[in-house]
Structure formats: C-alpha cells, structure tokens
Design a protein around this ligand. Structure first.
Ligand SMILES: C[S@@+](CC[C@H](N)C(=O)[O-])C[C@H]1O[C@@H](n2cnc3c(N)ncnc32)[C@H](O)[C@@H]1O
Length: 197
C-alpha cells in the first residue's frame, strides 16, 4: 500500500519540521530549518522519505522487503535525491546504535492490529531510536485499526510519552494503491507523540 498522505503534508506545512521555511536566497531555496534527522520506518518504495529528502532533510529509511528498498533507491537516483535506504526489520533498529529526532510511520503500526505484543515492542524499539524530546509522526488507517479514538489512544504507552496531537483525516493515495485496494476506507489518524526520554 502506498499512502501519499496529503494531510501529512498539510500538517507538515503547519511546520513540525519547519520544512517550508525557505530562504529568500534562490541558491539555498531547498535548504530548510531542520529539526534533526528523520527515520522513516516501513518506508515501502520511499515516497514519504523522498518527499523530505527533496526538502533538504537528513533522511534514513528502512523496510524489510528487498524489492521495496531496491525501488526506493532507484527512485532516489531518478529524482537526484540524497537519502539512506536499508533493508532492515524495524524490530532490530534498536540494536543499531543510531538516534533520530523524528520517526515517521506511514502505515506500519496499523499492521499490528491484533498483536498486542508487537504493538508494545514497537514502542520499546522507538524508545531506543528516538532522541529524548524526539517525535513520532504516525499515520494509521482506521479500517486496519478499527477502534474508537479513546481505544486507539489507549494503545499508546503513558510512561515517558506525551500524546501531542491526534486527528482524523482521509489519506490521499496513489492511483495504484487505490486500484490495489478497491473499496478500502482511507480514513486515518495522524498522531504526533513525543518521547520524553
Ligand atoms: C502500508 S505499507 C506503507 C509503505 C510506505 N510507508 C508508504 O506510506 O507508502 C507498510 C510497509 O511496512 C513494511 N513493513 C512491515 N513490517 C515491517 C517490519 N517489521 N520492518 C520493516 N518494514 C516492515 C512493509 O514491507 C511495507 O512496505
């Protein structure tokens, strides 16, 4: 599934990363006021990762599917974008010894609908890769996480985390994704959580 999160973009325009604070100087138009390195988890073919890379952010992206990463690297080359892509299981990134100020999850967490253990482990891994004060930006489709908002919020750990915002929106998808998942309900939650460390 390839989610292009129109709303993610508009929230980003609302400036969590300050990405649109372009300089007046044309030569530095693509430079940004970065809020630190980004890790995209379950990046698929890299759509979201490359969106940020094109805006001058430092982006690392992982997916455990070789073919997805191969395509992501190819796309990066075509777009002349600089981003790191790795074939990696998300559940191993805690052993990686790298920290990020931002983690983007566009469609990974919602895979663990019926798996409490995986959901809990997910947050333990994030605690290892996020810098203290770092944020998780998460897009979750409601069809795959069919809970009330209150139940959904109950999936997030309380200790060490602050739920900064959560809102419902309809994700915009590529024509290929729409064709692959006919009738899918793209209503989603966009959630921002801060890891206090
Ligand atoms: C719904 S797709 C989202 C792809 C991309 N983030 C996007 O928004 O277009 C979920 C992705 O998570 C990847 N994935 C699932 N479990 C994973 C894991 N344990 N480690 C790394 N990637 C995983 C899948 O291979 C798939 O590419």
């Amino acid at each position: 599934m390839k989610i292009i999160a129109r709303d993610l973009r508009s929230i980003i325009k609302g400036n969590p990363f300050g990405i649109l604070e372009r300089r007046k100087n044309r030569s530095s138009r693509r430079r940004t006021k970065s809020r630190g390195p980004i890790l995209d988890i379950g990046c698929g073919t890299g759509t979201v990762a490359l969106y940020f890379a094109a805006r001058g952010e430092s982006v690392t992206a992982i997916d455990f599917v070789d073919e997805a990463i191969r395509q992501a690297k190819e796309k990066a080359k075509r777009q002349n974008a600089v981003a790191e892509f790795f074939v990696k299981d998300f559940f191993t990134v805690g052993e990686w010894n790298r920290k990020f100020a931002n983690v983007i999850d566009s469609g990974l967490f919602h895979i663990f609908t019926d798996n409490t253990e995986r959901r809990e482990r997910y947050f333990q891994v994030l605690e290892q890769v996020l810098e203290p004060g770092g944020r998780l930006y998460q897009l979750t489709t409601i069809q795959l996480m069919p809970f009330t908002q209150q139940e959904f919020e109950g999936l997030f750990p309380k200790k060490g985390w602050t739920l900064e915002s959560i809102r419902e929106f309809v994700a915009e998808v590529t024509p290929e994704a729409a064709a692959e998942h006919p009738g899918f309900n793209w209503n989603s939650w966009f959630t921002v959580l801060q890891w206090n460390g």
